[in-house]
Design a protein around this ligand. Structure first.
Ligand code: BES
Ligand code: ZN
Length: 610
């Protein structure tokens, strides 16, 4: 892939915000479930950076544009849509009116494609209720352009309003404050307003048959009625998490913090859409043990949504900071042992990711070069875990949380509503701590720009890990002939986080005989387990052990659950075993049309079908 026509401002966008910049978006769209399209118009408020620039350059992905005009004068504007560049879409250049003015409102009438990469259209069959279809969006990193022509780069932030027309028995939600809605014959028009400027990737939309339950003074959870009570139980601690996040980060500026629990095909664990975090139903463990994902998405209300990476080359500023704050929230709500246990377990994730990518792979740098590489392709746990490790290192360099947390709040205060790159962070850190001798020796260049594992791994508290490590050693040494050295009495005492850690480590160690796994399965009461993380690691171990009966169970699960963190490693495991390889390929071919674009592309790569 050549870097043809992509922007000098952002290698993942065609847009030129250095010339003319979008400051506000109005969206007016009709949801058409039959044709799987959205149609209507968007009004972009734009400003010239300098008088000489007469072109507005936008991103578009398979959009059918019918007309572009200036709102005030109704003057039709000339435009040019470049050829489609795989994954990136097209450059849309609009000629601005030839007047003295510096700001304009431009109306674009258009329709989306049924193949819009940022939308998933579900048939009633793929929902819990089975009666109504469902639509949801996932725009991060670069899929907003498949739903609206925009400057699809996180360096641009704009406010937005929207009016959405959908069948009247369905609920429309967006990443904004919901205003009044009105009935129009068989349809309902819903209005939304986001008054805080956001990057395009944080615009979000969902339409389905939904109910809500109150979780706290500023929160509701939305879901289909079949699971709404489970959701209300699972996420009951949301307000505590929000308050704790505010203690760490400062005031929450978004007003509302709602959750939307999507159908199981949602490709991520969670997505920090402002005012309305999207989450996978695989968080419904029944015991609130996966609520750290909510802490993570709450943390994004500062790290990412207030202070945003300028391009996805600086993605660690979003995700590394978020992991760091997520663990601080967990630490304050549980214990510092748990905070460190999560961070320590994260190092295992990082080791695994780096061994898959290769320790000399430039994509394992903290700051990456995305020229010619799509950010979806570069996605890994590296910016998350290497990023949080770096921040823990910086924190201890300046003397610990008492010194670092005030700095963190000053950082949010200074850069809120802005998009920044790594050097902005570095300069701010260096000037804030300029009187600290200890910061003079920080090897920034090495941390930021060399591949592989972090330079230094902090000395985390391992009290919650040692019990698991001891158990693991016992289990691995056991031949399986004599009586099992691990008793239910011991395993029952393990917390869900420890069970996950144990299984993850077991999966990384040598292949286990099936008869040993059968006993382990009973000890962990695996058939009854609702925790999807436990189920995932268990199934991976079973495939590694070449347990043939488990193949169908894996296929059945990955045909329902779309969360890529689970589906991709399981497909890769199936692919590596001759017995399951072709079944995996056939299964993928039969189901790929029901998957979201990003899943189809990623799994096709994993199965070497691209
Ligand atoms: N913002 C991410 C999800 C994302 C990243 C979507 C890049 C598309 C492109 C979200 O906050 C996230 O990191 N989710 C994790 C949660 C976990 C780290 C607690 C997930 O989905 O597993
Ligand atoms: Zn995140």
């Amino acid at each position: 892939m050549k870097n043809v026509g992509l922007s000098p401002c952002d290698p993942s966008s065609f847009s030129r915000p250095d010339q003319v910049i979008v400051t506000d978006i109005f969206l007016n769209l009709n949801i058409q479930f039959n044709s799987k399209t959205l149609n209507g118009h968007t009004i972009l408020s734009v400003e010239k950076i300098q008088e000489k620039y007469n072109e507005l350059t936008l991103d578009a992905f398979k959009l059918k544009i019918s007309s572009i005009y200036e709102v005030d004068t109704k003057e039709k504007l000339e435009y040019q849509l470049s050829d489609h560049l795989e994954d990136f879409g097209s450059k849309l250049i609009v000629q601005l009116p030839k007047t003295e003015a510096n700001s304009f409102k431009i109306c674009i009438e258009y329709e989306t494609s049924p193949e819009a990469s940022g939308l998933q259209w579900l048939s009633p069959q793929a929902t819990s209720g089975k009666k109504h279809p469902f639509l949801f969006s996932q725009f991060q990193p670069t899929h907003a352009r498949s739903v609206l022509p925009c400057q699809d780069t996180p360096s641009v932030k704009q406010t937005y309003k929207a009016t959405i027309l959908a069948p009247k028995d369905m609920t429309v939600l967006m990443s904004a404050i919901k205003e009044d809605s009105t009935l129009v014959e068989d349809n309902k028009q819903s209005n939304f307003n986001q008054t805080v400027p956001v990057p395009s990737y944080l615009i979000a939309l969902a339409v389905g048959s939904l109910e809500s339950r109150k979780l706290g003074p500023r929160s509701h959870v939305w879901a289909e009625k079949e699971i709404i009570e489970d959701c209300a139980y699972e996420f009951a601690l949301t307000e505590h998490q929000l308050k704790t996040a505010e203690e760490i980060c400062g005031p929450y500026v978004w007003g509302v913090y709602d959750l939307l629990v999507l159908p199981p095909s949602f490709p991520y664990g969670g997505m920090e859409n402002p005012c309305l975090t999207f989450v996978t139903p695989t968080l419904l463990a029944g015991d609130r043990s996966l609520a750290n994902v909510i802490a993570h998405e709450i943390a994004h209300s500062w790290t990412g949504n207030l202070v945003t990476n300028k391009t996805f080359e600086h993605f660690w500023l979003n995700e590394g900071f978020t992991m760091f704050v997520e663990r601080k929230i967990i630490g304050k709500l549980t214990s510092t042992q748990m905070q460190d246990f999560d961070a320590y377990a994260g190092i295992s994730d990082l080791e695994e990711a780096i061994s898959v990518l290769g320790a000399d792979n430039p994509l394992t740098n903290l700051v990456v070069d995305l020229r010619g590489i799509h950010p979806d392709e570069a996605f890994s746990t590296v910016p998350y875990e290497k990023g949080q490790t770096f921040l823990r290192y910086l924190e201890s360099s300046v003397g610990g949380p008492e010194k670092f947390e005030p700095f963190l709040r000053a950082y949010f205060e200074t850069f809120k509503y802005k998009s920044i790159e790594t050097s902005d962070f570095q300069q701010f850190f260096e000037s804030y701590f300029s009187t600290e001798e200890s910061i003079k020796n920080i090897p920034w260049q090495k941390w930021l720009h060399t591949p592989g594992m972090p330079l230094l791994i902090p000395d985390y508290d391992k009290s919650l890990a040692v019990a698991c490590d001891a158990l693991l050693e016992k289990f691995c040494k056991w031949t399986g002939d004599e009586i099992c050295p691990i008793t239910a009495e011991v395993t029952e005492k393990l917390m869900p986080e420890q069970r996950i850690y144990f299984l993850q480590k077991l999966c990384q160690s040598e292949k286990q005989p099936i008869h040993k796994l059968k006993i382990l399965g009973d000890l962990f009461d695996i058939q009854k387990i609702k925790n999807a993380e436990i189920k995932f690691h268990w199934l991976k171990i079973c495939l590694k052990a070449r347990w043939e009966e488990k193949i169908q169970e894996v296929l059945d699960w990955i045909n329902v659950v779309g969360r890529m963190k689970f589906v991709r490693p399981l497909y890769r495991e199936l692919y590596q075993w001759e017995v399951s390889k072709n079944r995996a390929i056939e299964n993928f071919k039969a189901n790929k049309h029901q998957m979201m674009h990003i899943c189809t592309i990623s799994i096709a790569k994993d199965l070497k079908l691209d």
